[in-house]
Ligand binder design. Structure first.
Ligand code: F6P
Length: 229
């Protein structure tokens, strides 16, 4: 049985301005979500049936996901029993080269979880693209899955770079929380829910919401959504 939690980063300064891509920090509302997530995760993700479980935490390499995850305590049981069991920690794992379990569960930062790269249109608003490059905008609306931004990426490119991570996830049995971005999470969500990739680019992955997906490979996957405000 696999349990995967997906969350977009908290609202970013670009979300507020309606701009795409870039590497912006969080807005004030996004920061609040990070705090809420940091409280919610230990009780709901790292703890199952009252017990603290081994679990994993992955983010993209962009600051908005790292900032979103920064209040989440480390999902691991390595602390001496005398200390309180869950600690706040910087996302970088402390070096413990000989400790395999630590290595496995240390929070990981993956570039392949970064948002779709809009190439020449990074930092644009959709209306700017429509105004300056109407043809590009209409090509994208004709085929959102296949459209590749000039010098950037398409949803197909995301599928390709996310596939190795999905194969890795298939080998895990501990809960995994992924803090990533809209386009990447649409692809992951579709994969885990068994939905066709053609529908992926339009799936709704709202901000400030954790999506919990449970599947065992036999019965249909289940999802629950937790809106954290
Ligand atoms: O607007 C937020 C964002 O994550 C952008 O950075 C990204 O380009 C976009 O969503 C992806 O969504 P869509 O494929 O619908 O443009």
């Amino acid at each position: 049985r696999h349990v995967i939690y997906l969350s977009r980063h908290g609202q970013s300064e670009y979300n507020v301005l309606g701009k795409i891509g870039g590497n912006p920090p969080l807005s004030a509302a996004g920061d609040e979500y990070a705090v809420r997530l940091g409280n919610w995760v230990p009780a709901n993700v790292w703890r199952q049936e009252g017990k603290i479980v081994q679990a994993r935490l992955w983010t993209s390499s962009l600051q908005r996901t790292i900032l979103t995850a920064r209040h989440i305590p480390h999902p691991v049981l390595h602390f001496p029993p005398s200390s309180s069991s869950l600690h706040s920690l910087p996302l970088q794992p402390r070096p413990r080269p000989d400790d395999e379990e630590w290595e496995q569960t240390a929070p990981r930062v993956y570039r392949s979880l970064d948002e779709i790269f809009a190439g020449e249109y990074e930092g644009y608003r959709y209306e700017d693209i429509r105004a300056k490059a109407a043809k590009e905008a209409s090509l994208r609306s004709l085929d959102k899955l296949g459209y590749r931004y000039p010098r950037g990426e398409s949803y197909y490119d995301i599928i390709q770079r996310v596939a190795p991570l999905i194969h890795e996830i298939e080998t895990y049995h501990e809960p995994l929380l992924i803090v990533s971005h809209q386009a990447v999470l649409r692809i992951m969500y579709s994969y885990f829910m068994g939905l066709p990739r053609t529908s992926a680019p339009k799936i709704e992955i709202p901000l400030h919401t954790v999506i919990k997906i449970t599947y065992d490979g036999f019965s249909p996957p289940k999802e629950e959504r937790f809106f954290l405000g």
